[in-house]
Design a protein around this ligand. Structure first.
Ligand SMILES: [Mn+2]
Length: 277
């Protein structure tokens, strides 16, 4: 069996007052969700989506991870829509989602928005997500150069998200093997720290140290947004269940619209939150 062994960290940054990022890391699921919306709505969109996806993955350990993710994203869209209907001030709330789930054999990744997923193998960093942004479309068309992105007035315009209205996520199967490493991060990291620097830090540090170094690098670059990074290594070993760490907006379950929307099995031998083995 393959599983994920890793860790994550989140930081409000140096400018924002609230942390609207949420993250989860456990042996069969890791994810980042970056929420937006007035009041506390960004936290609600991010935490609700992070909860629905992580809880669905934990509840269905033997199912095809691509199917689990597609169905979890559909539930998350419904829950975000419900949350906005219940409280009109949440109207317009939305979140990105980049999530990896495994059943012990296959890995799948679901993606909506401008958070990012990377695979680090043999010293090489490969981005495996495509930003759902206006500037990414301009880059693809060839009408914008990579170095012009940081100055573009619409660089933060996200075209697809978990907002209660958009459709399914992009879901892909990831071909991973033991010792491959995964990085999932919000744009508070990737807008301010170059991929070259990220690869350098991943190459020199283990997962725990890399997470701390990545957050420190984003803070050193000004910390203008919430920063969230999850770094994990694919390992071979027996399955672990009922274990995981919640970060950011997901640490407060009051942010979740309806936790009962996902039926959870009783976690056998559940342990307090902490680093996964
Ligand atoms: Mn952000």
């Amino acid at each position: 069996m393959l599983r994920i062994s890793g860790t994550g960290a989140t930081h409000v940054g140096l400018v924002r007052e609230h942390n609207e990022d949420a993250a989860f890391v456990g042996p069969s699921c890791l994810l980042v969700a970056d929420g937006v919306g007035g009041g506390a709505a960004g936290e609600v969109a991010a935490a609700t989506t992070a909860y629905v996806v992580s809880a669905t993955a934990l509840a269905r350990p033997d199912d095809d991870p691509a199917v689990v993710l597609a169905e979890a994203v559909a539930t998350a869209q419904q829950q975000v829509a419900l949350g906005a209907r219940l409280r009109p001030e949440r109207e317009g709330m939305a979140t990105t989602l980049t999530a990896v789930v495994t059943d012990g054999q296959q890995f799948a990744l679901a993606h909506l928005g401008d958070s990012r997923g990377y695979v680090f193998r043999d010293g090489e960093l490969n981005r495996v997500t495509r930003d759902h942004t206006y500037v990414q479309n301009l880059l693809d068309e060839g009408s914008l150069a990579e170095e012009e992105v940081p100055m573009h007035p619409w660089r933060n315009v996200v075209l697809r998200s978990v907002n209660g209205a958009d459709g399914p996520a992009d879901v892909q199967v990831l071909d991973l093997r033991p010792r491959d490493r995964l990085l999932v991060a919000s744009d508070g990291l990737t807008d301010f720290v170059s991929e070259r620097r990220i690869a350098d830090l991943l190459g020199r540090k283990d997962d725990d140290d890399a997470v701390q170094a990545l957050v420190a690098a984003a803070l050193g670059a000004g910390g203008r947004d919430n920063i969230t990074c999850v770094v994990a290594t694919v390992v071979e070993g027996p399955r672990l269940v009922g274990d995981g760490t919640r970060l950011g907006a997901l640490t407060d379950l009051d942010n979740v619209v309806d936790p009962a929307a996902v039926r959870m099995p009783a976690p056998p031998g559940s342990r307090p939150a902490g680093r996964t083995a």
